[in-house]
Design a protein around this ligand. Sequence first.
Ligand code: SDX
Length: 428
Amino acid sequence: MPSTATIQLGDQKFDFAIIEGTENEKAIDISKLRDLTGYVTLDTGYKNTGATKSAITFLDGEIGVLKYRGYPIEQLAEKSTFLEVAFLLIYGNLPTQQQLNGFQNQISKHTLVDEDMKKFFDGFPSKSHPMGQLSSLVCSLSSFYPESLNPRPTPQEFDQTIIKLLAKLSTIVSWIYKKSLGHPYIYPQNKFDYVTNFLNMTFGQRTEDVVIDPIIVDAMNVLLILHADHEQNCSTSTVRIVGSSDCNLYASISAGISALWGPLHGGANQAVIEMLEQIKNDGGDVDKWVNKAKDPSDSFRLMGFGHRVYKNFDPRAKIIKKACDDILEKLGINDPVLDIAKKLEEVALSDPYFVTRKLYPNVDFYSGIIYRALGFPTEMFTVLFALGRLPGWIAQWKEMRENKEPIGRPRQIYVGEVDRDFVEIGKR
Ligand code: SDX
């Protein structure tokens, strides 16, 4: 492998170092490009641009590989729990039993939210979208915990901010759901593990604890693990760039939640179910909708299909598809949109339009069917994605801060008007 890349501009040549990561990814380090040449690069959507060096998650989109801190996603989904994976992502290694117990206990101690937060919940219209509520409520945590505003906390102070966010997000998410039903909030209980506690706050009743089916606990653990991190995606890049201004963690995560809301990103899991329902209600003519997705004059896209990085199967989609079959069978649920999803996948994967563009089902294609089987309404799906992605966002933000990365500030090429003099309004 060459150690440098050369750019020739006219009769001048400029050499730039080539760096290689531990998984053999290669990059041309252009950090001195403008100083040396006066030029910048242009890469709208950053499709070819590495924003950072990270040790958290590796994915290979060509062969469909995903690893958190070196551990294959397939092993973590099968053998681990969400809280253990959260610890792994944030602190870099799988916890010992003692470390995991301490982490769980710390989180249990902080699952309550300030009672004044109920005033925020009360202020939202009853049908306002859960993602808008979540982004606002998470940002409001910086008001209740002003110590989080310190851009130079001690490691212990920072751990407390992390623990509070991980702990309280599950309560906030479940209360958003309860508010949507007009039901009373259920308070967290320390006797439950993280996922069981979340499910009890979500589906429990004030009069009694609901018996949470272990099948549902296992399914939620797998879904949250699969969503926990995904390197420099849209929302994670948002979290990192907002945090690079020395903005506090809560506000940075709130910005990431807003980015995830978009239907091209995390909002796709809601859009997939809405699409499948639309196809079902339209008579289930899958070929008609695949043709619409292929038609460049039609804005319809096959939601849950395609990916910026995966040009092969999204390994998470494979795991979720199998989990979908297992859970619906165990719960004795026959969901007609699952049959439509499978037919859609079968038709699309044999169609040259999708094959040539390497468009495969992504993590969002089947996840909504499981969330629905577990009892969640469609509008809660992206909030559940955020609950899963939180440890990844935290880990990436923490890495950016610990590496003392500079404030993110991309350049541009200006293509607007040049040199105009102001004209009074009466003379325009
Ligand atoms: C997530 O980045 C991450 O890691 C994200 C994520 C994570 O864990 O954080 O994995 C989560 O966001 C998954 C993606 C969820 N979004 C969707 O399912 C929405 C539907 N998918 C598309 O909108 C699209 O595939 C994107 C947004 C996901 C990726 O878009 P790109 O990389 O910008 O690709 P593109 O739009 O340039 O598409 C290339 C071609 C185009 O056709 P041509 O111009 O070459 O003729 O493929 C076509 C597109 O029109 N295309 C689709 C399509 N996706 C791409 N055509 C029909 N249906 C689709 N879904």
